[in-house]
Design a protein around this ligand. Sequence first.
Ligand code: 5GP
Ligand code: ZN
Length: 133
Amino acid sequence: MSDCIFCKIAAGEVPGRKVFEDEHTLAFLDIAGDVDGHILVIPKRHVKNILDCDGETLTQVMRTVKRVADHLTKNCGYDGVNLLNASGESAGQSVPHLHIHIVPRKAGDGIDAWPKFEGAKREIEEVFREIVM
Ligand code: 5GP
Ligand code: ZN
């Protein structure tokens, strides 16, 4: 998509610190500056988010997520990763091109990557009946 910043990074039209790329996907450093080694993995093809992503593209993205996570933990001194994704404005998605955040973790690093939830507002059984497939 012509006005998409992540499409431009994938196409090399905008600079990005590319950690890894293959034919279908790209992993590059997030510019947020919030946590060391914050990486985004995207499909090169423009897909808005997980809701409009076909299975094959999602598989390609997750294969790269796994590859980068393995590299971080095997070669770079990290012990684990948090994976984060926002799909849809209501979920807090700010860039409308599918991306999986990878936050590299080390024991005792003090990073709190888990959202602060306020507590469920409805009975668990009622919600379960509503969403069970
Ligand atoms: P979201 O809020 O959609 O889950 O995450 C979007 C992410 O994209 C944010 O963490 C933000 O820092 C990152 N981001 C936005 N614009 C750019 C950019 O031009 N380059 C890079 N590398 N990251 C960006
Ligand atoms: Zn795009």
